[in-house]
Design a protein around this ligand. Sequence first.
Ligand code: TYD
Length: 195
Amino acid sequence: MFVSFEGLDGCGKTTQARLLAEALAADGVDVISTREPGGTPLGEEIRRLVLHGDHVAPWAEAALYTAARAQHVAEVIRPALGRGATVVCDRYLDSSVAYQGGGRRLGVDAVLELNLAAVEGLLPDLTVLVEIDPETAAGRVGDRRDRIEQDLGALWTRVDETYRELAARFPGRYVVVDGRRSIADLAAEIRERVR
Ligand code: TYD
């Protein structure tokens, strides 16, 4: 099984991804946790370029995230799924569709198409969207700023709208949970939905 976590920066998805992986491992499931951008040496290099480099043009940004993802799928995700492991991934292609497609206005379908080509059609079985409103997200992120986090406001509003659009478009794959709830409550709900 392939589970991805999505949401705005500060929504708590990283904590929830870790808790789900721990719970599955405690149940005896063979599970690997990974994250995007990153997850491979090439991906970590790309992460550094795109998050901390100078101005990156929107399509360059989309292409870099997509390149990192292609490597991640080839090197980590497909081999793990192939040996029957469960993969829990902190962000996947929906992040590009939401941030670059919606946030940077490159177009949802254009970015989705690029990504589906790069990963040869590999979609998660389940995508957990941890929903919080953009203002709460910005408040939680506070001083922790990277390049993308610097221009919050309008960008995050469009990212949030795009995530909702994706959840409506792929109801079989998406599970939407309320990120304002306590960490423990959310973890229990997510575990239940995954089981
Ligand atoms: P993330 O790793 O979730 O942040 P952190 O580890 O700092 O909590 O994501 C880093 C940023 O990259 C985040 O602002 C979202 C952005 N991002 C994209 O814009 N497109 C993508 O395809 C991915 C994977 C991330």
